[in-house]
Design a protein around this ligand. Structure first.
Ligand code: CTP
Length: 374
């Protein structure tokens, strides 16, 4: 909150209503100790100034950094969205017009203003847009068309390999990274299909979801869908082994120690990458040691276009909100530092889009096969 905002409503009101901390001062020592202004700027996925006064818009367009909000705006790499609210004369004033033109030229997104009755009793442009519209505008501002017309298949979550009707072998995957990848692909304009193991997550909007339980089901759904997709992102933690045969009835406790006979499951990712018309194939590698070598080895042996490796174990990787990735592709690598999984998924999606485009461009420049007749 800026000092002007705090004259309308108190920080305490906003804090109580939102259940979130409210930051007001650039150098408030208590708040800085919790999250300094630079961290706050880095943490944000988007910075939305609503309502934005004529004064703040002028300060933003001049790059001032003399309070928390203006400093945040300068320090952030996140998209800036501004929802103006002011008297119509102020909005139409050439000084404000010039500031708006400058901000838009810098990539700032303008949300509104709406036109109508104003708090000062006048009629005209300058009203803050309605909250519902504001939310909608924020959602669509994060969207791009970089993958318009492209179909993306994502696998996510764990699989369950049944021992008997009530017991199974599984793993700690929460599905968060896969769901975040599906969301990032959808935001980039792709048509997304998500094949998901059992997780407790709400699927992203506008994504078609196929629920599966076992690696066998995941195998058949993915191979069906892979035939017609352009990009396959394999984030599922597919079980490597399953019971040779699940007992039809609940196994009873006996005095002897039972032996489980396990067999290998098919490597879905490797099979997709080996298809004659394979999609652009992205794997994940969960490693507790030798991350670089193991990931590069998987990239090569499974013949992938890209692999994203993360460290797991010791509270890392599985079932946590944050992650860090090392991304490898034939001839390149990039590190993505620790960040919330949604944020990381967007960054990874950017790399996928760039490499996918490069690959499709290369393929379209390959000379077409010519028929030789005698
Ligand atoms: N994967 C798959 N089918 C399997 C096992 C794994 O499609 N039966 C995919 C995963 O979705 C992931 C990648 O393969 O994208 C690597 O998974 P990971 O468990 O790290 O590696 P594995 O190949 O299983 O090798 P290891 O367990 O020895 O590390």
């Amino acid at each position: 909150m800026t000092p002007a905002a705090a004259e309308f409503i108190t920080p305490l009101t906003l804090q109580a209503l939102s259940g979130n901390p409210v930051h007001t001062d650039l150098l408030d020592h208590a708040a800085e100790a919790a999250m300094g202004h630079i961290e706050l700027a880095r943490w944000a996925d988007a910075v939305i100034i609503a309502p934005a006064t004529a004064n703040f818009i002028a300060r933003l367009s001049n790059g001032l950094a003399d309070d928390l909000l203006s400093t945040l705006c300068l320090a952030t790499a996140a998209p800036l969205l501004v929802a103006p609210a002011m008297n119509r004369q102020m909005w139409q004033n050439p000084a404000t017009r010039e500031n708006i033109v400058r901000l838009e030229a810098r990539g700032v997104t303008l949300l509104g203003p709406a036109s109508g009755a104003q708090a000062c009793g006048e009629m005209g442009p300058g009203r803050l847009i309605d909250p519902e519209e504001l939310v909608q505008a924020i959602v669509s501002a994060g969207r791009t068309n970089r993958l318009a017309g492209v179909s993306v298949l994502v696998s996510a979550g764990p699989t369950r390999e049944f021992i008997d009707p009530v017991r199974y072998i599984s793993n700690r995957s929460s599905g968060r990274m896969g769901y975040a990848m599906a969301k990032a692909a959808e935001e980039a304009g792709a048509a997304v299909t998500l094949v998901s193991g059992p997780v407790s997550l709400t699927p992203p909007a506008r994504v078609s979801v196929i629920d599966i339980t076992s690696s066998g089901q995941m195998h058949s759904e993915i191979l069906d869908a892979a035939a017609t997709c352009d990009i396959f992102i394999s984030s599922a933690a597919v079980a490597d082994y399953r019971t040779r045969e699940a007992a039809p009835n609940k196994m009873k406790k006996k005095d002897s120690e039972p032996v489980l006979h396990l067999e290998k499951t098919p490597d879905i990712l490797a099979e997709v990458a080996a298809l004659p018309n394979a999609p652009f194939t992205v794997g994940f590698a969960a490693e507790t040691e030798n991350l670089h070598d193991n990931a590069k080895q998987k990239l090569k042996s499974k013949n992938l276009d890209m692999i994203a490796a993360n460290r797991v174990g010791d509270g890392l990787g599985f079932d946590v909100e944050e992650n860090a990735l090392e991304v490898f592709w034939p001839g390149g690598t990039q590190s993505l530092g620790t960040a919330p999984k949604e944020n990381l998924a967007r960054q990874l999606m950017e790399i996928i889009v760039a490499r996918y485009r490069e690959k499709t461009a290369e393929q379209s420049h390959e000379p077409a096969e010519t028929e030789v007749s005698d």
